[in-house]
Design a protein around this ligand. Structure first.
Ligand code: PCA
Length: 325
């Protein structure tokens, strides 16, 4: 008993010693749930940093919009309200148009191409982040975006007047082009919005369907593979630069590992999530070829609009993307 008590006291003291020793704590805000694979990956990143720095840098993760709302996380980190954050890159598109490159419909249709696009997009994103006082750590894509619907979709007319859930500028613009009524719903509120009859359809990953248990209201899933949007993890530059060079290198190494791990997890989940939708009674179908063509034409219209809004930087990415050396 005495021995037990002694080890319990030791554990508490050691625990305290660990925090007392911690020189720096970063609050990291994300708009996604703790269970999401992105957040799980961040938590592992935090553990790796803790380990590599021997507790000198602690990353405290605030999931589910608790520290800042998804769309405000970029600003929160710039202003130093949170030292670090994760958001979907397209949430920054108004400020950084280049951030929308991974949500142009039908440019990327595989993880391999998504990797290629990220390699080309990264230098520009890093530059814009630096100008805004932020340091990019890593980015991980969501599985490919498909169409979830409460009714079968056979032609463009089936979208007219429907309530289409949107989560960024791309989904908003596509809803407009389809003649649907855009309804902005946060990822974590999709289940609620469906049960309240506030949405009929949405373009997002099969995984987001699974995480929100959309079966019941959602009866159909079409694997249109529209785009692979990325979540990006970043830190306030002042907070990063305040670390000793050795610590900075440790953080960047852990970030590199988190990026590789995240891409693998995303790819594995892309297949298993579609199977899980099927197992829960969602019909996995193909859209008819005519509709496929029309949606692809809308994608082209969208990309023309996007290139106009971005200017030359768009060429820096898409010329080498379409014409690799
Ligand atoms: N899930 C997020 C973004 C992309 C995805 O697959 C969402 O639906 O909000």
């Amino acid at each position: 008993m005495k021995k037990l008590l002694f080890s319990a006291v030791c554990a508490v003291v050691l625990g305290h010693a660990h925090t007392a020793m911690a020189q720096t704590t970063w609050k990291l805000a994300t708009g996604y749930r703790a269970e999401s694979f992105h957040t799980q990956n961040i938590l592992q990143f935090g553990r790796d940093v803790d380990m590599a720095t021997r507790g000198q840098l602690v990353i405290q993760v605030y999931p589910n919009n608790t520290l800042a709302k998804l769309a405000d996380i970029g600003a929160a980190v710039q202003q130093g309200k949170a030292e670090a954050g994760e958001t979907i890159m397209t949430s920054m598109v108004k400020d950084i148009p280049l951030a929308g490159a991974d949500s142009i419909p039908f440019v990327v249709s595989s993880y391999k191409d998504a990797q290629r696009l990220w390699k080309l997009q990264r230098p520009g994103i890093e530059k814009h982040f630096t100008e805004r006082g932020m340091k990019l750590l890593y980015a991980v894509p969501w599985p490919p975006q498909g169409l979830h619907s409460n009714k079968p979709v056979r032609g463009l007319a089936d979208f007219k007047g429907t309530q289409m859930r949107t989560y960024n500028q791309t989904t908003l613009r596509i809803a407009e082009m389809l003649g649907a009524k855009p309804v902005d719903v946060a990822m974590v509120d999709v289940g609620k919005a469906l049960s309240e009859g506030r949405m009929d359809n949405m373009i997002t990953s099969a995984l987001t369907g699974v995480e929100n248990k959309v079966w019941g209201p959602i009866k159909y899933y079409y694997e249109i593979n529209a785009w692979f949007p990325k979540n990006v993890v970043f830190v306030n530059s002042k907070a990063f630069d305040a670390l000793k060079p050795e610590r900075r290198a440790q953080v960047l190494k852990a970030a590199q590992e988190a990026e590789a791990r995240g891409w693998q997890a995303s790819q594995a989940l892309a297949t298993s999530a579609t199977e899980e939708l099927r197992a829960n009674g969602v019909k996995i179908e193909r859209i008819p070829p005519d509709l496929d063509q029309e949606i692809k034409r809308m994608g082209e219209k969208f990309s023309r609009e996007w290139i106009r809004s971005v200017g030359n930087e768009a060429n820096d990415i898409f010329v080498p993307y379409y014409m690799p050396q």
